[in-house]
Design a protein around this ligand. Structure first.
Ligand code: SF4
Ligand SMILES: [Zn+2]
Ligand SMILES: [Zn+2]
Length: 304
């Protein structure tokens, strides 16, 4: 089987388009697609410092490699940040992998922990929740958002880049639909170019399995051990459901992604709420106190 772009042996077939690519042409196509997404949504402006959030998983390490390469030929700089949730036995391996990879790429790297920022590790926070209705990932995700914001501001970044891929976007969309949270669909629009402090997802138009193949074919050493809390939420079930649909109907994820883009634009425009400032932490929110401060305050009340 020959590559459709050169004379080499093909290593990957894109089922939804039928295109067959060798490892080099495949990697080039991922880099090109990432650059296209960045430019389509005006994700990065001239001279900006981008904080690349690196967890140690395949997506974030692949993103770091591509962003590092792009930063040498484009007019922006990058630094890496990692959040240590305090999950025993899980995060340590990832931290070592990230540290080593950042050294190889010559990228400055800084670690921020929940313990330092909230005086709680994730495991301590989970012990303090009122009941298990609030999932581990809900608590962890809320704290992580704040930790990443803090880290990016601390290093003086204008933009935060995360490795979320197309599959992550679709799963989040379905979770928001199933929980009746249509407001959040407006927040999913990838165009954040009018915000002064932006959160970007340069892989949001790339299938997860293509990022896996990119990481594999580029020998990126990622953490394979999943977080012990990973299967607690509904995300894993949705992921499997979407994968089974794609298996029988190639390209269905791309079609759903197009719907997400259109719907998120409509909801964003029709649901615009004036932002207020959280009276506890000074971050933007839509009420008096932001969701992160609310959660941390409730956990701390249970601690005493
Ligand atoms: S799987 Fe859930 S608990 Fe584990 S790191 Fe991710 S968000 Fe946090
Ligand atoms: Zn080729
Ligand atoms: Zn707050």
């Amino acid at each position: 089987m020959q590559c459709d772009r050169c004379q080499d042996q093909a290593a990957y077939t894109r089922k939804y388009s039928g295109v067959k690519l060798c490892s080099t042409c495949f990697s080039n196509s991922i880099v090109r697609k990432t650059a296209k997404t960045i430019s389509k949504f005006n994700m990065i402006k001239n001279n900006e410092l981008v904080a690349v959030a690196v967890s140690g998983g395949k997506d974030s390490l692949a993103l770091l490699k591509i962003m590092q390469e792009m930063s040498t030929s484009h007019n922006f700089r990058i630094k890496a940040i990692t959040i240590d949730e305090g999950i025993p036995g899980y995060r340590n391996e990832a931290l070592e992998i990230v540290e080593k990879f950042c050294n190889e790429l010559n990228v400055e790297h800084k670690v921020y922990s929940y313990k330092d920022l909230f005086e709680l590790t994730l495991d301590q926070a989970l012990d303090l929740r009122e009941n298990e209705k609030t999932s581990s990932c809900t608590i962890c995700g809320t704290l992580r958002r704040r930790a990443i914001d803090h880290a990016a501001k601390d290093i003086g970044a204008n933009v935060i880049a995360t490795g979320h891929n197309l599959d992550d976007t679709l799963q989040t969309f379905v979770i928001n639909m199933l929980s009746g949270d249509t407001n959040k669909i407006g927040w999913m629009n990838p165009d954040t170019s009018t915000n002064t402090f932006r959160k970007i997802k340069p892989f949001c138009e790339i299938y997860e399995e293509e990022i896996v193949f990119y990481a594999f074919t580029n020998n990126i050493p990622f953490q394979s051990e999943p977080c012990p809390h990973m299967s607690e939420g509904i995300r894993t079930e949705i992921r499997e459901f979407l994968n089974s649909l794609e298996k029988d109907h190639s390209g269905i994820k791309n079609s759903l992604y197009q719907s997400v883009i259109k719907l998120s634009e409509i909801v964003k425009e029709s649901n615009y709420k004036q932002k207020t400032i959280c009276e506890k932490c000074g971050n933007e929110c839509t009420g008096n106190v932001c969701s992160v401060c609310n959660m941390v305050l409730k956990l701390k009340e249970n601690q005493t």
